[in-house]
Write a new protein. Structure first.
Length: 193
């Protein structure tokens, strides 16, 4: 089964000025596409040839895992944005955030710290555990919480290619602007699924 680059649910310039069209074009059409191409080439003739991305994330290692997980992570990342979506958590998700972090503001501070302090390349995630508790986790490189039996809800890509064209080395500024394009309706649907 060949994977394909998912079409974004918005135009490349829809998230400006927070994420530029140039950054989205490079990130989506170059980086994301390269991971798709690589995993397709790597799985040919292997037990993963007809696997889903989730199966690859859970069971593969080496290059197949790295590229497959990056396809999964990037697809997950891009799907959570919108130009004019809901900018604050609401309903059951807001109540769960308040229960597990004290407040939405405290959650955001902890998430920002996780995203800003991850050394090197990787991801900051809001996840739901099997017990239903919300947690913030960091993963390096292509790491994905699915491997730890946690359900991803929200992620911030802190590989430099996600922000360097817009923000250069100012990762905290990228994280600040990240919240201005996150669509909490998407996160709520993931939480309720």
């Amino acid at each position: 089964m060949a994977f394909e680059l998912p079409v974004l649910p918005y135009a490349h310039d829809a998230l400006e000025p927070y994420i530029s069209a140039v950054t989205l074009q490079f990130h989506h059409l170059k980086h994301h596409q390269a991971y798709v191409n690589n995993v397709n080439n790597l799985i040919a003739g292997t037990p993963f040839e007809n696997a889903t991305l989730e199966e690859i994330v859970m069971k593969a290692d080496g290059g197949i895992f790295n590229n497959g997980a990056q396809v999964y992570n990037h697809t997950f990342y891009f799907e959570q944005f919108s130009a004019d979506g809901c900018r604050e958590p609401q309903g059951e998700l807001k109540a769960a955030i308040e229960k597990d972090f004290g407040s939405v503001e405290a959650f955001r501070e902890q998430f920002n710290k996780a995203a800003a302090t991850l050394f090197g390349s990787g991801w900051a995630w809001l996840v739901k555990t099997a017990a239903g508790k919300l947690e913030i986790v960091q993963t390096s490189n292509a790491g994905c919480p699915l491997r730890d039996e946690k359900t991803p809800l929200l992620t911030c890509d802190v590989w430099e290619h996600a922000y360097y064209l817009d923000k250069q080395n100012l990762r905290p500024k990228y994280i600040e602007d990240f919240w201005k394009v996150v669509d909490w309706q998407v996160i709520s649907k993931r939480f309720s699924a």
